[in-house]
Design a protein around this ligand. Structure first.
Ligand code: ADP
Ligand code: MG
Length: 393
């Protein structure tokens, strides 16, 4: 067996750390038809449920070791990185959306019910499997549906002592503007940060839902409204960040204490560099803005990982929007999607480095316990009021 380099150890040397409030999962999708049709090799070797090797060396045939024959020049020329990464969870190409849900978000719901804000990101280059993981299809529902279905099951187990109100919203951040995907309009919405309500999108529509099935049509409708443009990188490229948010208001029937928690599920735009997509003009501007948001997200992750007291949330719309969903009183799951093919060598390496950085974040949590009586409908009123004020300004 070829010796590997342990480049990125997991936190505290442990691969499972349930107490940590950021969990990092890497999902490797299967080869697609285009990749299979080309002369390419596998750049990811999944070792087990927690570890993978990037750019593994092919095992030398035994006669090389025995000195009977020298390795070929081509073999020696290949400068493999041969890097071993450890994460909270590694899902290989055969794992399903249900498997990803079980590793990534199932446990998180217990934290949500206890009063912690939670957020889930899917990160990776275009075509790496982010939307498949997050939204999926009718045959393979993604983790948004699976998580919401589990949330409703969890809630039904608490009906004796608590009352619940569930509201959802779905927005996109495109070219540093925020748009409502459930109530499409060409006018961007404004972000406001109020000490009492946290980060608020003025005029955003929030829909009350009672069962997860109601989501399916809603997500499909919202996704049809996402801004999509073909680029050279992928014909179905999503150039926007899609942010699905769930507002859970729970009132304890005996104490009247009220908790408001937020679950955010974010399907990030492709992380490939704007220059790599072969775009000019408007498409290049999109690329630059996507990168600005992703860069800002990366900077926030770096600062959080370093334990900095100043986190630059204000550097982009995405990070402003997620200020209360990343760090502080929030549990975060980062799912890094990668292709197994050498065609995506640089993108996969960059995604793994990004994920490894996120793996280092440790934060202290604060629960969201408020005595205010505000549910999703009232939150919507606040939004409408904000929109009215903005129109007056
Ligand atoms: P992204 O959102 O990252 O740009 P997609 O989720 O749209 O990528 O995936 C690109 C293509 O690969 C889609 O056709 C999708 O159905 C397919 N795909 C992605 N992940 C998987 C998977 N785990 N299993 C099967 N097909 C997948
Ligand atoms: Mg996508």
């Amino acid at each position: 067996m070829v010796k590997t380099t342990a480049m990125v150890p997991s936190r505290s040397g442990s691969t499972q750390n349930m107490a940590a409030n950021i969990k990092v999962l890497v999902r490797v999708r299967p080869f697609n038809a285009k990749e299979l049709g080309q002369n390419n090799r596998t750049v990811i070797e999944v070792l087990d449920e927690n570890q993978l090797v990037f750019d593994p060396k092919e095992d030398l045939p035994p006669f090389y070791y025995q000195g009977v024959q020298q390795p070929s020049k081509n073999y020696l020329k290949r400068a493999n990185k041969e890097l071993r990464f450890a994460f909270d969870c590694v899902c290989g190409p055969n794992r399903t959306n249900q498997d990803v849900f079980e590793c990534a978000t199932k446990d998180m719901l217990a934290s949500l019910m206890e009063g912690y804000n939670c957020s889930v990101f899917v990160y990776g280059a275009t075509g790496a499997g982010k939307t498949f993981t997050m939204i999926g299809s009718k045959e393979h529902p993604g983790i948004t549906y699976l998580t919401m279905d589990h949330l409703f099951q969890t809630i039904s187990g608490h009906q004796m002592d608590r009352e619940f109100d569930i509201g959802v919203s779905y927005i996109e951040v495109y070219n540093e503007n925020v748009y409502d995907l459930l109530q499409p309009s060409s006018t961007p919405l404004q972000l406001r940060d109020y000490p009492q309500y946290g980060v608020t999108v003025a005029g955003l529509s929030i829909r009350n839902i009672k069962v997860a099935q109601e989501l399916l049509d809603m997500l499909e409708f919202g996704n049809q409204n996402r801004t999509q443009h073909p680029t050279d990188a992928n014909a179905e490229s999503s150039r926007s960040h899609a942010v699905f948010q769930v507002y859970v208001t729970m009132r304890c029937k005996t104490s009247n204490q009220c908790r408001m928690v937020k679950l955010s599920m974010i399907d990030l735009a492709g992380s490939e560099r704007a220059s790599a997509t072969g775009c000019i003009g408007e498409r290049f501007k999109e690329g630059a803005n996507i990168n600005r948001s992703l860069l800002a997200l990366g900077n926030c992750i770096n600062k959080l990982a370093d334990g900095s007291s100043y986190i630059p949330y204000r550097d982009s719309k995405l990070t402003r929007l997620l200020k209360d969903s990343l760090g502080g009183n929030c549990k975060t799951v980062m799912i890094a999607n990668v292709s197994p093919s050498s065609i995506s060598y640089e993108d996969t390496y960059n995604t793994l480095k990004y994920a490894a950085r996120a793996n280092k974040i440790q934060l202290s949590l604060k629960k969201n316990i408020i005595n205010a009586d505000m549910n999703a409908a009232q939150s919507m009123k606040v939004n409408k009021e904000l929109q009215r004020r903005l129109e007056e300004e």
